[in-house]
Design a protein. Structure first.
Length: 238
């Protein structure tokens, strides 16, 4: 059994795999919960990815025959063509590696809707070119409340009709419909350059958008976990 850990901004996502098959997945809110889980398990191979805690600290909690920490220097199934690879978020790398299994012979765009919304492009030759980063849903709601005197803090749950009929529904419409328009626009811009583009949607907020976007997309909520396992298999057999 192999282990992958995705340490994000708000939680730890953990999954076990047999080969390429996802067996079980877990979500922990604190490192104490994660450490308690890890101390009761031993794995063949493991990989940790972190955008929050020190990845080496997380790796030290894992009991496995082979352990890897995801950085841009680790051998990958894609070629990184980013100008500043040392600044590239490891979650973006993992998602891009997951996309090449879904669209192995296509240009692909990964949209990860979480704390931030990231757009990552991988061409059909498996070259990672880069993408874009914009504020996520919660960040947009928070910004409207924080940087104004009177606008309330609104949640994403509720009516998101195009024409809001109150301050709350107007804010929700602006944020949610604005994100949909942003995503549709970026997808269409890429499709003009790459007509056979495959689009993958993942992230905690992906459920809000998968049925609202105009172009055909592939929803893959476990894309980062699958991508981490893809990287793990690439290194475990070297």
């Amino acid at each position: 059994m192999n282990l992958v850990i995705d340490s994000g901004n708000t939680r730890f996502k953990v999954a076990t795999f047999t080969g390429a098959k996802l067996e079980e997945k877990y979500s922990f809110l604190s490192k104490e919960e994660l450490k308690d889980y890890l101390k009761h398990h031993i794995f063949n191979h493991a990989i940790a990815s972190s955008v929050s805690l020190d990845g080496n600290e997380i790796a030290s909690w894992i009991k496995a025959s082979n352990k890897f920490l995801l950085t841009h220097l680790l051998p990958l199934p894609i070629q990184i063509k980013y100008k500043t690879p040392e600044t590239l978020g490891v979650d973006r790398i993992a998602a891009a590696c997951g996309a090449i299994d879904i669209f192995p012979s296509k240009d692909s765009l990964v949209i990860d809707s979480g704390t931030c919304i990231t757009y990552d492009f991988v061409d059909r030759m498996k070259n990672y070119k880069g993408g874009a980063i914009s504020p996520g849903i919660e960040m947009r709601f928070e910004a409207l409340h924080t940087f104004t005197e009177r606008l309330p803090l609104v949640t994403k749950v509720g009516d998101s009709q195009l024409t809001g009929n109150s301050t709350e529904t107007s804010i929700r419409s602006g944020v949610l419909n604005g994100v949909i328009a942003e995503m549709d626009g970026i997808i269409n811009n890429y499709k003009e350059l790459y007509p056979d583009l495959g689009v993958v949607l993942c992230g905690g907020d992906s459920l809000f958008f998968e049925n609202k976007l105009k172009p055909t997309i592939f929803a893959a909520p476990d894309l980062v976990l699958s991508g981490l396992n893809r990287i793990l298999l690439h290194n475990a057999v070297l």
